[in-house]
Ligand binder design. Structure first.
Ligand SMILES: Nc1ncnc2c1ncn2[C@@H]1O[C@H](COP(=O)(O)OP(=O)(O)OP(=O)(O)O)[C@@H](O)[C@H]1O
Ligand SMILES: [Mg+2]
Length: 313
């Protein structure tokens, strides 16, 4: 029982998945350096920004029930700069969550290299926090205790826990709710508690897996504004997965479009529109349309592949 609770706690701080066993590269699988399509290098001048995350030739496959391997990610080469806000879109099952879990150190690539500031990613660390959709808040703790809990697990002193919880709950406008329990909050408030809990750990890198997908449009707009404000104030590097292309353009410095399985980075779009942006802005809509056109091609491929595999059965 104790192990179960510790496991739950560990996952809820670091993310949703347990660390799986390492699997071998399937026979015949190769990394194909030419597999990228239309990838453009669109970074700011190197002198202005420092490289933070680097992925080189990353490949991840999973054993499936048919006794073979499903290639989830193939040949990912990626550089993300310190303080950059990168959004990732792609059809369902293309490996977006897999990529975040690799970055969080909760999973390992089958082949390839991943590093933060030149140091290989070898497991989870408090410099990288994964904020996942299910949130993993503890219903038996108050809002403040939920925020303090992550800090306690990270070995932060009691006084510092209190101070940081206060600062970050204030940042997400939840100071008045610090003694509430989770069931007494709205969906958007729960998202803000999860955000405060992650930010209180002062991560260098914030990994967000469809964090706002379940929220209504107004709450999502409000959280976009808050996330952008907090990002400006605390400057983490953010990798944000979403199915909502407008959300990606609203928030990102760069949008990565992933192809259908095996997931590769098909295209990149630099978003130079001035901030703050709004999902309804015409410029946001215009760029979103271009991205959506390419995304639809990948979604069609995924439907066709699923249709074909159903016909085979
Ligand atoms: N632990 C696992 N074991 C086996 N297969 C897995 C595992 N995790 C992911 N996969 C497979 O890897 C592929 C990519 O999954 P992933 O969850 O990364 O997709 P996704 O892009 O996040 O999809 P969605 O948009 O639906 O969340 C899928 O085919 C999935 O079945
Ligand atoms: Mg996912």
């Amino acid at each position: 029982m104790t192990n179960y609770v510790l496991d739950l706690i560990g996952r809820s701080i670091a993310g949703g998945r347990a660390l799986p066993e390492h699997e071998e590269l399937p026979d015949g699988a190769e990394t194909n350096k030419d597999a990228h399509a239309d990838v453009t290098a669109l970074h700011a001048p190197a002198a202005l920004r420092k490289e933070c995350i680097t992925l080189s030739g990353v490949f991840r496959s999973y054993a499936n029930s048919r006794g073979s391997f499903t290639p989830a990610l193939q040949n990912i080469d990626l550089e993300i700069e310190q303080g950059e806000f990168v959004c990732i879109v792609g059809p369902s099952g293309c490996g977006k969550s897999t990529l975040l879990h690799l970055l969080a150190g909760l999973d390992r690539p089958t082949t390839g290299e991943m590093a933060v500031d030149g140091n290989p990613i070898q497991g989870p660390g408090t410099d990288r926090i994964l904020l996942f959709q299910e949130l993993g808040l503890f219903p038996w703790l108050t809002v403040r205790q939920n925020v303090e809990f992550g800090l306690k697990m990270a070995g932060v002193s009691r006084d510092e826990q209190r101070d940081r919880a206060r600062v970050f709950l204030h940042m997400v406008h939840l100071s008045h709710f610090e003694d509430h329990y989770i069931h007494q909050l709205s969906g958007g408030m729960k998202q803000r508690v999860a955000l405060a809990r992650s930010l209180a750990l002062r991560p260098k890198i914030l990994l967000m897996d469809e964090p706002f997908a379940a929220l209504d449009a107004q709450t999502r707009d409000m959280l976009h504004d808050e996330l952008e404000r907090i990002w400006k104030e605390t400057s983490p590097t953010i990798v944000f997965v979403t199915h909502n292309v407008r959300e990606a353009v609203r928030l990102g410095d760069r949008v990565l479009l992933m192809s259908f399985r095996p997931g590769r980075i098909k295209s990149q779009f630099q978003v130079t529109l001035p901030r703050p942006r709004h999902v309804e802005d015409s410029d946001v809509a215009c760029l979103s349309k271009d991205i959506l056109g390419q995304l639809r091609e990948e979604i069609d491929r995924s439907f066709n592949a699923e249709y074909a595999s159903e016909e085979d059965h």
